[in-house]
Design a protein. Structure first.
Length: 726
């Protein structure tokens, strides 16, 4: 139901002045994608956005049977994110969770982490130690170098394979194109200055080229010094202050009509990021008010991405077009921890180095078999190699006799691949059908460790989906989907070695794990007219063979062995397929333009879930979001002025499973409901310049998004300045 508008600004991003101090007050992205046209009080041109995630080929969102949320370039330009996930706050079908600054995940239909597939420009971000719980990896996507974000709600395993259980979240970066033979150029900058976290952020970019080639690049910086939460709370600087930054380069070349080559490089890094929820007192700390750690940091965390894409749009053999991708992603997840819990020996620091090197190749083709029948088919291949080391650094005395083991089996590899086909059939002028099928195989080679012998785990699966879209009347359509997805156990599931994450338990590998599977269905109505765009979707899914981490084996590891520092020894645990879960709910959103200068919008999301472990009673599912959404309006009293008050809100969440009840981030009894009133003021003095002032949480409410490890920002403002040249 999203819309895109045309405007001269914002181009592909904003300013990255070198460590320019700029406010990243998280003024949540207002609206579900529609926007007023730059410099025009009349209604924006209501265009159906083009998306690529649901079918791997560009398709109008209105012609896609699946439920898709789109955040376009205009909405991204209005946002003031600290991390990329902030741009999805308040959108249909998604809920956000953050364990602290520089961390954040997207929850789709109750699933999170590795249960949702994440893509950047069509290639996998998920790697083999991507956790199925809150993690920091989405923060390694440059939030100021994005052109569009797409969320496919519901299993996307037919086209993308493992992990696409709850949905697929794709982040698309800008591509600068020029017309004609004359060499041209353009450049832009964006700066943000925020009050609640004393932050400075920015981006600078430039591009040149003509109709045959272009080269573009940019740099981004983010610097956060402090943090004010609601009701006047100020967090200590050492718990939140951090920097981040990166760069990107992209080249496009058209050697002949119908042929295009793209080469790009991206890099983003957090040199020293405090792990806030571990080093601060949490609502459910045990003992009360005592942090898990005296010091815990990602030091550093980084992502480097090299990507080549070749497109052929001339018909040949059995295809009308072809798209080939080749990419390498390197993620470093390095950590520095002083483990000074009461049960651990003090006076030492543990230093982890964990690296994933993920190489990928995808080939996609499409063919019009008849005027009303289209085939999309292809393959993808990935190889992920892991390096993992861990060492002890004495701080007072020495490291003692405790053996330090790497977190993962060093040198392990995971190979995955699949073949897929998708048929799109317009059975009638008013009826579209889709049917897809995929074969996937995932092989994981675990190297020998002090805790386990070498092992090979082979998993394969057949997934598919059926989708239908029926036009009931002009502008009104009914959609229905059913899909099967799966998730092969990755290295994080198969075995994280030794104690980790605030636990004295010793986790040992379990090469006997089986893939998780999901069957899901949804149905809904979609309305689109010049003045009203709306959707409501109901969904249901059954998640089977769910992997539960840290299940006791009954054995005890003695003190001093494999990282155990507990005097009475450490219980041995493994991950096991021992539970199933069921989810259901509603996703809805609307935008109404009763007059040319006024937009009103609303989003309501409802998710419910239950789970059942082997032989136990059914309970609420883990970390299910509360009812949540947003309500707002955008008013343009003058051609170049916009006023936008909006409310973000969530109901209380008292439905907790045993893990939620023991989670230090969740208060005993659950998370209270909350509402945050915000106001955005926009002024565009020229078609190339935008000035924006956003007041966030104006009533200074103290609240926490359910499952997060940090309270939401308090009252504050962010000033954003953006300009584009030529």
């Amino acid at each position: 139901m999203q819309t895109i508008e045309r405007r001269a600004l914002p181009g592909p991003g904003g300013l990255r002045a070198h460590w320019l101090h700029a406010g990243a007050l998280c003024a949540a992205l207002a609206g579900t994608g529609a926007a007023l046209a730059q410099g025009n009080t009349k209604a924006a041109t209501q265009l159906d956005p083009i998306q690529v995630t649901a079918s791997r080929v560009p398709t109008a969102a209105a012609d896609t049977p699946q439920a898709v949320t789109i955040v376009g370039a205009e909405a991204i330009a209005r946002g003031t994110p600290r991390i990329a996930t902030d741009l999805l706050r308040g959108q249909p079908g998604v809920f956000l969770q953050s364990s602290g600054p520089g961390q954040g995940i997207v929850i789709v239909r109750g699933l999170k982490g590795s249960e949702v597939l994440h893509l950047v420009d069509g290639m996998r971000l998920n790697m083999t130690f991507f956790r199925n719980s809150p993690n920091q990896y989405l923060a390694l996507i440059d939030p100021f170098n994005l052109e569009q974000i797409e969320v496919l709600r519901g299993s996307g395993a037919t086209l993308y394979g493992s992990d696409a259980m709850g949905g697929v979240v794709q982040f698309l970066t800008p591509e600068q194109r020029f017309d004609g033979e004359t060499l041209g150029w353009r450049a832009g900058a964006k700066a943000q200055f925020g009050s609640h976290d004393l932050s400075r952020a920015g981006r600078a970019w430039a591009a040149f080229g003509n109709g045959g080639f272009s080269v573009s690049g940019g740099i981004t910086a983010l610097d956060i010094d402090s943090y004010d939460s609601g009701n006047g709370g100020r967090l200590p600087n050492e718990q939140v202050a951090h920097r981040a930054g990166g760069y990107d380069v992209k080249a496009l070349w058209t050697p002949a009509p119908g042929h295009e080559l793209m080469l790009s490089a991206q890099s983003f890094e957090y040199p020293n990021l405090p792990r806030y929820f571990e080093i601060s007192a949490q609502p459910n700390s045990n003992p009360a008010g005592v942090p898990q750690r005296t010091d815990a940091r990602f030091k550093p965390n980084s992502r480097d991405f090299l990507h080549a894409r070749y497109r052929l749009t001339h018909p040949f053999l059995q295809a009308d077009s072809l798209e080939l991708h080749l990419a390498r992603q390197v993620i470093d997840d390095d950590r520095s921890v002083i483990p000074q819990r009461p049960t651990e020996a003090a006076g030492r620091r543990e230093l982890e180095h964990n690296r994933s090197t993920l190489d990928g190749l995808t080939l996609q083709l499409d063919k019009a078999l008849r005027d009303n029948l289209r085939l999309v088919y292809g393959l993808d291949l990935y190889r992920d190699a892991v390096d993992s080391t861990k060492r002890c650094e004495p701080l007072a005395g020495n490291c003692g006799a405790t053996t330090v083991v790497p977190v993962f089996a060093d040198g392990s590899e995971q190979d995955s691949g699949g073949l897929y086909g998708l048929l799109q059939w317009r059975a009638l002028d008013t009826w579209r059908l889709e049917a897809g099928l995929r074969y996937s195989r995932v092989r994981t080679d675990l190297t020998e460790t002090a805790l386990s012998p070498a092992a090979t785990v082979d998993d394969d699966d057949i997934t598919g989906h059926l989708a239908s879209q029926l036009t009931l009347r002009p502008g009104l359509s009914w959609t229905a989907n059913v899909a099967r997805g799966f998730r092969a156990p990755n290295l994080f599931d198969l075995g994280t070695l030794g104690p980790r994450g605030g636990s004295t338990q010793i986790n040992v590998p379990n090469p006997g794990l089986q893939p998780e599977t999901v069957i899901g269905a949804d149905t809904g109505l979609r309305w689109s007219s010049p003045t009203l765009k709306a959707e409501v979707v109901g969904f249901w899914s059954r998640y089977r063979d769910r992997i539960e981490a840290r299940e006791p084996t009954g054995n005890t590891i003695p003190n001093g062995s494999f990282g155990c520092a507990a005097a009475d020894g450490c219980p041995e645990v493994q991950s096991r397929n021992i539970s199933e879960a069921r989810y259901w709910g509603l996703e809805s959103g609307l935008r109404w333009t009763p007059v040319s200068m006024l937009d009103l919008y609303a989003v309501v999301n409802l998710t419910r879930g239950t789970e059942q472990r082997d032989g136990e009673a059914r309970t609420p599912a883990n970390r299910v979001p509360p009812i949540n959404g947003q309500l707002g309006l955008r008013y343009a009293p003058l051609a170049n002025v916009e006023i936008e008050p909006y409310l973000l809100w969530a109901d209380e969440q008292r439905r907790l499973d045993a893990d939620d009840q023991g989670d230090i981030r969740i208060a005993p009894g659950g998370t209270p409901g909350w509402g945050s009133l915000n106001l955005r003021l926009g002024w565009t003095p020229t078609t190339q310049t935008r000035v924006q002032l956003t007041g966030h949480n104006l009533l200074d409410q103290g609240y926490r998004e359910h499952g997060s490890g940090i309270d939401a920002p308090g009252a504050g403002v962010v000033l954003s300045l953006a300009t584009q040249f030529n």
